[in-house]
Design a protein around this ligand. Structure first.
Ligand code: ZN
Length: 517
């Protein structure tokens, strides 16, 4: 019997199977951790031939009153089998509040485990619950949803059922990631996110650090209001801001040119952030708070500690509360592979960002494209002052591809071949330095060696950035080429997939130095 961390009396696996036996179900599997008792009714997850269901067992009178919609079977005890529909999902969140996303601003360390497929979350939970870290289990960007054809509601609902299935009661976050407009923000809030990540890339004036001093002077005079300029100079000009980082003391000063360049860089972004922050406040009202992250990580140049400081002082001045900030770091954070760059440089810069975050609101430093950055994880864990958020997503997709290589080699070969054929197109969306020539030739690899491709940097990037193409690939017959077969394999081998994820995420959390429970 599975150990549970709740106090409800529950059934053993044998008892569950016995009570389901009389019914005409094509039962493939039960999820024993999910079974619990509420108001005299047993609830739990099972998998039947046509997918996962919620099984509700009890006296008929009680089942008739219970709010879930499903097919009733006569017992005793009677059984109601319910689909994981939107309506039933809302019922579940009502009846079992632990399945709802919550804000995590009080948690010092959080880990984002985005799941593009809607099947990875049990693996994420099984790894993360062993550590002193809180998870953001629902985390997808607008860009990802476009590629996978999902909505914020779909993403959250998949996680809600996984949380119930694993009986995970410690609370998790749901992040509407990389939102760029009020419309996208509304979409995410309506779906019930507990965290918002505002992407300011399109509101930053990236020219401001490239133009000549003359250009800056002229532009500043043109676009910055005179009274605003006065306030900004008063806040920054010739002031010395002192910090004590883990790597020693440092101070930041702003001369006139740097004040002007930063003002130009951020002025539209600041207005937009203030507008979004006010919108969120008016939205929350009596609702739970929303964690607020700002990302400036997809800019063309690294965020200097000066720019970081300039930005957050201005935010404070405007009364905007921040829970996490994602700067762009020195070096490269490419998708799904280790850090590329100078470790000493990274250490020095990261320490400064962390010191600023600690002194100006104690918000977290957020690491985007955070998967597989094993050479810098120990530095982050050491220097973050216990205020860190790490986001991963594509790496769980890559583990799904590893599963394909292990258990469905011919499907893996087809997908790999297809990825090669669309790579050029896919690489327009991402900054990667993939060299296809370095990927071992598929024809020359034996089936048992295919999984080693998932340990090779270029192959990882190839499969990482082509996920949307692979999921949406259509054959001449108008049917999808891979998606159904891929999902079937994932379903059939879900426990193996979750085992792969547990190993992979433990590696991440150990490397970050997160203490085990
Ligand atoms: Zn990002």
């Amino acid at each position: 019997m599975t150990e549970l961390n709740n106090h409800d009396p529950i059934l053993t696996e044998g008892q569950i199977l016995k009570s389901l036996k009389p019914f005409p179900l094509e039962l493939l599997k039960i999820y024993p951790r999910s079974f619990c008792l509420a108001d005299g009714i047993h609830y739990g997850m099972i998998r039947a031939r046509d997918g996962r269901k919620l099984a509700v067992m009890g006296e008929r009178q009680k089942l008739l009153k219970d709010p879930f919609q499903g097919d009733l079977f006569s017992g005793p005890p009677d059984l109601k089998l319910c689909n994981l529909s939107d309506k039933n999902t809302r019922c579940l969140m009502e009846l079992f509040p632990f399945t709802r996303p919550v804000p995590l601003r009080e948690a010092p360390m959080t880990f984002g485990a985005g799941d593009r497929l809607g099947t990875a979350t049990p693996g994420h939970i099984r790894a993360i619950q062993k550590y002193h870290v809180r998870p953001v289990l629902a985390q997808q960007s607008v860009r990802e949803n476009k590629q996978t054809g999902r909505s914020f509601v779909d993403v959250i609902h998949d996680v809600v059922w996984a949380v119930f299935q694993e009986n995970y009661r410690e609370g998790y976050g749901a992040d509407g990631d990389h939102l760029k407009s009020i419309e996208e923000l509304k979409d995410a809030l309506r779906a019930g996110v507990s965290m918002v990540t505002l992407d300011l890339t399109e509101n930053l004036d990236l020219q401001s650090f490239q133009g000549s001093k003359e250009w800056v002077d002229q532009r500043f005079g043109e676009v910055i209001d005179k009274d605003d300029a006065k306030v900004i100079f008063h806040l920054f000009l010739h002031k010395k801001f002192n910090f004590r980082g883990s790597q020693g003391q440092f101070s930041i000063r702003f001369d006139e040119e740097i004040v002007k360049r930063n003002t130009l860089l951020f002025h539209r972004a600041l207005d937009f952030t203030e507008q979004v922050s006010q919108f969120i406040s008016s939205w929350t009202g009596n609702r739970p708070l929303i964690d607020f992250e700002i990302s400036i990580d997809e800019t063309t140049f690294p965020t200097s500690p000066e720019s970081h400081l300039f930005f957050v002082i201005q935010l404070q001045h405007r009364g905007v509360h921040l829970d996490s900030l994602a700067p762009r770091f020195v070096g490269e954070f490419q998708k799904g592979i280790d850090y590329i760059g100078d470790l000493k440089d990274f250490r020095r810069q990261f320490d400064r960002h962390a010191a600023i975050a600690r002194d100006y609101g104690n918000y977290k430093i957020s690491i985007h494209s955070g998967s597989d950055k094993f050479s810098v994880f120990p530095i982050m864990g050491e220097l973050a002052n216990g205020a860190l958020h790490v986001k991963t997503a594509g790496t769980s997709w890559l583990e799904a591809m590893r599963l394909m290589a292990l258990v469905a080699p011919s499907l893996y070969r087809e997908m790999h071949q297809y990825a090669l054929s669309v790579f050029r197109d896919a690489s327009k969306l991402y900054h990667v330095t993939t060299d296809l020539a370095r990927i071992p030739d598929l024809q020359k690899l034996r089936d048992e060696d295919l999984a080693s491709l998932l340990d090779q940097t270029d192959a990882r990037q190839l499969l990482h950035i082509t996920y949307g193409y692979l999921l949406n690939a259509m054959g001449a017959d108008g049917k999808n080429l891979f998606r159904n077969r891929f999902n079937q394999v994932l379903e059939q081998y879900e426990e193996d997939y979750w085992d792969l994820l547990v190993g992979h995420f433990e590696k991440h959390l150990n490397s970050l130095g997160v203490p085990k429970k």
